[in-house]
Design a protein around this ligand. Structure first.
Ligand code: 5GP
Length: 346
């Protein structure tokens, strides 16, 4: 046994210090980024915020709404090949720049991915997603997928430490997804004791990825727009959201009514709800590592997106970053023991 005494930080442990700035208004701030990738020859331009590949968030409807604002959606892996073909035949032009096809790492997953690409060769992004990105089998799968699809942009995760980011990038990933345990409907830390505070995970993983010319996605733990700003400030190239995009018209999850008010079900992808829905129950050898909650229905996602982007533009104005790209360089975090004033919160 060994103990690392360095304190690791989460979003709640810091604030961003304001800095002198020449910007006059939030309207002068650009949130668009352009990326070239480590392996794929493709290039990407957009606002680097992503909907998570959960069946309650990463839906085709969400992708249509978010792509109109240049935001990205990792489409969940439970759509059938037919669902994909129907979507493709009705889908608006240019959406391929804003969606990824998600996959697990079984032989069956790999065959399904091949069929989706066979019928829809225009798709560009693959998101190889497992709860625990530390297995050798996972890195092998990334290698195999890179060999099979030399031109696609490959996202792989999740991990939380620099050495594993490097291994995945060297195995063929372009972008590594970072986060173990911070998610709003995740119970990994409760069930296993494993995890890593998200802000420190971002700082350490971004450093490793950028050293090799790769990118990272901060995945999980953002509960308010300020957390997204902190994630970018810490060095995230993309920020992925689950809970913040749940409960909308475009989200999945059963609509229910309680005391006359509408709610939507939202659940972790390893919750018993998800496992019963997709694989007929929780296998005997494992525990569910996700919860099921009911979130108030919040209308169209467009309003939430506007709120998020407005907050982020404001952060950039406070620190004098004219472009989102400059935010990390302009960020000084201060360690704190308080966050917002909650006197009028329930
Ligand atoms: P959120 O934005 O809601 O805080 O976090 C979303 C992320 O939580 C997802 O992108 C995914 O990485 C993670 N997640 C989703 N479902 C589960 C689950 O059932 N268990 C765990 N451990 N993580 C989950």
């Amino acid at each position: 046994m060994r103990i690392e005494y360095d304190i690791k930080l989460g979003f709640k442990d810091v604030m961003i210090r304001p800095k002198r700035s020449t910007l006059k208004s939030r309207s002068e701030v650009s949130l668009e980024r352009e990326f070239k990738f480590l392996h794929s020859p493709l290039e990407w331009t957009g606002i680097p915020i992503m909907a998570a590949n959960m069946d309650t968030v990463g839906t085709f409807e969400m992708a249509k709404a978010l792509s109109e604002k240049q935001l990205f959606t990792a489409i969940h892996k439970h759509y059938s090949i037919t669902d994909w073909n129907v979507f493709s035949s009705n889908c608006p032009e240019n959406i391929e720049n804003y969606i990824a096809v998600s996959t697990g790492i079984s032989q069956q997953d790999s065959e399904k991915l091949a069929s989706i690409f066979k019928f829809n060769p225009y798709l560009k992004f693959i998101c190889i997603d497992v709860a625990n990105g530390y297995s050798e089998h996972f890195a092998e799968f990334v290698k195999k997928t890179r060999a099979q699809y030399p031109d696609k942009v490959i996202i792989a995760g999740n991990v939380v430490t620099g050495e594993m980011v490097e291994e995945l990038l060297l195995s063929g990933a372009d972008i590594v997804k970072v986060g173990i345990g911070p998610g709003s409907v995740c119970t990994t830390r409760v069930k296993t004791g494993v995890g890593y505070p998200q802000l420190s995970a971002i700082i350490e993983c971004a450093d490793a990825a950028h050293g090799l010319g790769g990118q990272i996605i901060s995945d999980g733990g953002c509960t308010i727009p300020g957390d997204i700003a902190k994630a970018f400030g810490a060095g995230a190239d993309f920020v992925m959201l689950g809970g913040m995009l749940a409960g909308h018209t475009e989200s999945g999850g059963e609509l229910i009514e309680k005391n006359g008010k509408p709610y939507r079900k939202f659940y972790g992808m390893s919750s018993s709800t998800a496992m019963e829905k997709h694989v007929g129950g929780v296998a005997e050898y494992r525990a569910s590592e996700g919860k099921t909650v009911e979130v108030p229905y919040r209308g169209d996602v467009e309003n939430t997106v506007q709120d998020i982007l407005g907050g982020l533009r404001s952060t950039c104005t406070y620190v004098g970053a004219q472009r989102l790209k400059e935010l990390t360089k302009r960020t000084t975090f201060i360690r704190v023991n308080e966050q917002e004033n909650r006197v009028y919160n329930e």
